[in-house]
Design a protein around this ligand. Sequence first.
Ligand code: MN
Length: 254
Amino acid sequence: MSNPKKPLILVSNDDGIYSNGIKALTEVAAEFGDVIIVAPDRQQSAVGHAITIETPLRAQKIKISDEFQGFAINGTPADCVKLAHDQLLDIKPDLVLSGINHGSNAGINILYSGTVSAATEGTVLGYSSIAVSCTDYDNEADLTGCQDAARRVITLVLDKGLPKGVTMNVNAPSGPIKGIKWARMADSRYVEEYEGRKDPFNRPYYWLTGKFELLDDGNDSDIHILNEGYAAVTPIQYDLTDYDLLRKLGEEDF
Ligand code: MN
């Protein structure tokens, strides 16, 4: 038997390096290889693909447990993956994982998600990358089903790789899952509702309390599959070009 080299797995997230979700994903990653964690030093949910350009980034070495160590970064999830790639890692990773996010990254959430963007940044840099999220926002949610889904998708991606430009987006409900299904991103949006209040100096301020709206009754969408108790796995891409329309438009000169 040959003894293939252990893969190196970079783990990041958007809920911060001390969240339960990143611990749960790190445990799974360690079943497959050596793990290095590079994650934000604080909550960074819904920052999307933001990067830090006006202030310096600091990487603080953190011992998370006897087994795991990593770097806490005063930046965004995308910053973490970029900095790991360019400065912090001596050896390039074989896989980039992001999560497990506390909260769904199905439907339109994909666009706002810092968790997905950390994985997408991994894809941009040429690494096989997977985002993993739990639909339950509770920090104490049971992540075992998410861990099972992550295990299956990691096995698949390490074995077969991913096409250039594609990231795997994995969502699962809390607790045990019925199984795993391929899914497409559900058409959905937030109906924004801001609650307006007054501060102690009588100046108005506004707090976002958006309601999620599902605009999709297909049974193959990520949200439909999640509602049925399965994990949903969607291959997503950062190339946002609408090729069908481009082809049609290209038939005529401007
Ligand atoms: Mn989050």
